[in-house]
Design a protein around this ligand. Structure first.
Ligand code: 0O2
Length: 214
């Protein structure tokens, strides 16, 4: 299977990621336009690299025929929120679209129970229809929803995992668990002054829009 095969195989995944990022970014902008707080802080999307797909195929002995159903995060969306409660609001926004464009097929709740590594996030696997030149297709997309603080921890732990090839030394693992606990504290503290933060942000937003309208 050469470059051309993978390029074509990934077309619907790129299409889905581009569309979904646009949809959530647009939702965030709509909240801003109507002067309401957006539970979505930022949105990011990526298509898994061919090297990572091949690594998963090799590590998990994935059958190439069932690749699309077995590797469920070829298309990945990450939504960042300011507060932990916002995560559940975003989950609801997605669930409400089930008769429209996104059908939730699996939930992985690493919020109520973090992974042993300390990882916290809420994952949804959705089925999403795409219309490409090759025809209609329905593909799986993984949506990860987490706070900014959880994301900070996650990207650092991910790079350490990459460096140590999934064998992070025990001393660093312990530090990471400590850091994950500190992240929980940050999220809890920020939630406890949520009203205060939001009113400051409203004032700040008002000031910025006055400056840009001059
Ligand atoms: P990348 O590079 O982000 O794509 P499963 O066999 O389905 O139960 P799987 O497939 O690992 O387990 O699913 P899971 O647990 O939902 O993980 C999917 C993605 O979540 C990972 O993708 C990571 O992005 C993220 N993730 C899961 N656990 C951890 C963790 O302990 N630390 C960090 N930093 N991220 C995690 P990939 O393919 O591993 O990586």
């Amino acid at each position: 299977m050469g470059t051309k095969y993978w390029q074509e195989f990934l077309i619907p995944y790129h299409q889905a990621v581009d569309e979904i990022v646009l949809k959530f970014t647009s939702l965030k902008e709509q909240y801003e336009k109507i002067g309401e707080y957006s539970p979505i802080e930022s949105v990011y999307g990526r298509v898994k690299s061919v090297a990572s797909i091949l690594e998963k195929i090799h590590n998990y002995g994935v059958d190439i025929e069932s690749l699309e159903e077995t590797i469920q995060d070829i298309a990945g969306i990450r939504i960042m929120c300011q507060f932990e409660d916002d995560i559940y609001e975003v989950v609801e926004l997605i669930r409400k679209r089930s008769n429209c464009d996104m059908e939730v097929v699996k939930v992985k709740d690493y919020l109520s129970e973090a992974k042993a590594s300390g990882y916290k996030s809420y994952h949804l696997i959705i089925r999403y229809p795409v219309f490409c030149v090759s025809g209609n297709q329905s593909i799986l997309v993984e949506i990860q929803i987490r706070t900014l603080a959880m994301n900070f921890w996650s990207i650092i732990e991910h790079s350490l995992n990459y460096k140590y090839k999934e064998n992070i030394p025990e001393a660093i693992k312990t530090r990471l668990i400590n850091a994950a606990n500190a992240v929980n504290d940050v999220d809890r503290e920020m939630s406890s002054i949520r009203e205060e933060i939001q009113s400051a942000q409203r004032l700040f937003g008002l000031k910025s829009s006055l400056v840009t309208s001059i």
